[in-house]
Design a protein. Structure first.
Length: 371
């Protein structure tokens, strides 16, 4: 029997071959492609393995023991020639992404919005003011997208028959520390949750105040109340990324410059404003020692923030594309110990939305056999 936690991590790290029979029943573009290159952690096919787990599975053509096949009227997961005794559902990739559909001005819709599992991601900023060494934003020129253009892309995504979303994340790069950039994003944060009030909105961001010239701790509360009370944002993701100071300085220099303690101050204030279970923070697993990552989990969980673990993925086009990915065995150790730390602090490893765990390291209950 293979435990679901190990099975999920094996699939996320090793990927699977999608057989010809499986591809016949999958969403694909006019060239027969079933996926496309998005962010490194979301560039595969999202599967639901019964009620056991969700996983983002990179598409492989060899070098993996796993395959997704079609037998009779259902998808199955195989390891070598053995079939997993579990129903597999493939979450379709939206047609606007597969076919690189464009707005009237020629902008690819998938450059502005994307749907993974049941969540739409809106990216109001192309590029980023930060230069995290493992991030694909580094090779994009900084640009703020007009709200009217973003709205057109959102409408197109909502009309997509392949895969309509259930909730929304406003993400993208960190803005410039300039008055115009802060004002622009403040408008974005207010416009979309108010216009699409039937959806729950989440924002991913770094510590900041409401105005560009007020970024100290005293300004945090006003900004957080603006997001929660005025804009109607439900949850936040404030990603610490790494815990060890030397590693932070090397791989996330701008976040290091802000300071880990200021991150924690912002997170603690966010928990106070939004409430328990509404704030999460991601830690990248595989770039620092296990003890450092677990120390980060411990501090986040202790203040009411939900820790999220993301395996480091060496993405093409980044400074770290040749850096080795962490071993499955190491990831398993971290997950089991982190889950216990979370439990002791009366929380769990996030995200809380089950489909959104597809690209996160989570502890899953149970296991099953290959027949």
């Amino acid at each position: 029997m293979m435990q679901y936690t190990e099975m999920k991590i094996q699939l996320m790290q090793n990927g699977a071959v999608f057989t010809e029979k499986a591809r016949e029943h999958m969403s694909k573009n006019r060239f027969g492609h079933v996926s496309f290159a998005d962010y490194a952690t979301t560039g595969g096919i999202v599967i639901a393995a019964g009620d056991a787990f969700y996983a983002n599975v990179p598409v492989r053509f060899d070098t993996t023991p796993f395959s997704i096949d079609r037998i009779e009227d259902r998808f199955v997961l195989k390891k070598e020639d053995s079939v997993l005794a579990l129903q597999i559902e493939i979450m379709p990739v939206p047609q606007f992404a597969l076919n690189n559909m464009r707005l009237e001005d020629g902008t690819p819709i998938r450059d502005l919005v994307m749907v993974h599992a049941d969540r739409m991601r809106i990216s109001p900023v192309r590029g980023c003011e930060f230069h995290c060494q493992f991030c694909t934003c580094n090779n994009q020129k900084y640009r703020e997208i007009p709200i009217e253009t973003l709205e057109q892309a959102v409408e197109a995504a909502l009309r997509d028959l392949n895969h309509p979303p259930r909730h929304v994340l406003i993400s993208g790069g960190t803005p410039k520390t300039e008055a115009e950039s802060y004002e622009y994003l403040n408008r974005v944060y207010r416009f979309f949750p108010r216009k699409y009030a039937e959806y729950e909105f989440d924002v991913m961001l770094s510590p900041r105040g409401l105005y560009a010239d007020r970024n100290d701790e005293s300004a945090y509360e006003d900004f957080l109340k603006y997001l929660h009370e005025d804009c109607g944002i439900s949850t936040l993701s404030v990603n610490l990324e790494l815990y060890n100071e030397n590693v932070r300085k090397t791989y996330i220099p701008e976040k290091y410059a802000i300071g880990k303690e200021r991150y924690m101050q912002f997170i603690r204030k966010a928990v106070a404003v939004f409430g328990q279970g509404k704030i999460r923070s991601s830690l990248v697993v595989g770039l620092e020692d296990k003890e450092d990552t677990l120390a980060g989990v411990r501090e986040l969980a202790a203040c009411g923030c939900i820790p999220v673990l993301s395996a480091f993925v060496p993405a093409q086009g980044t400074f770290m594309e040749r850096y080795p990915a962490p071993k499955v065995e190491f990831l398993l150790e971290v997950v089991h110990e982190a889950a216990e730390i979370a439990r002791q602090n009366h929380t769990v490893l996030g995200p809380l939305c089950r489909p959104c765990t597809h690209n996160s390291l989570t502890k899953e209950d149970g296991g099953c056999c290959f027949l």
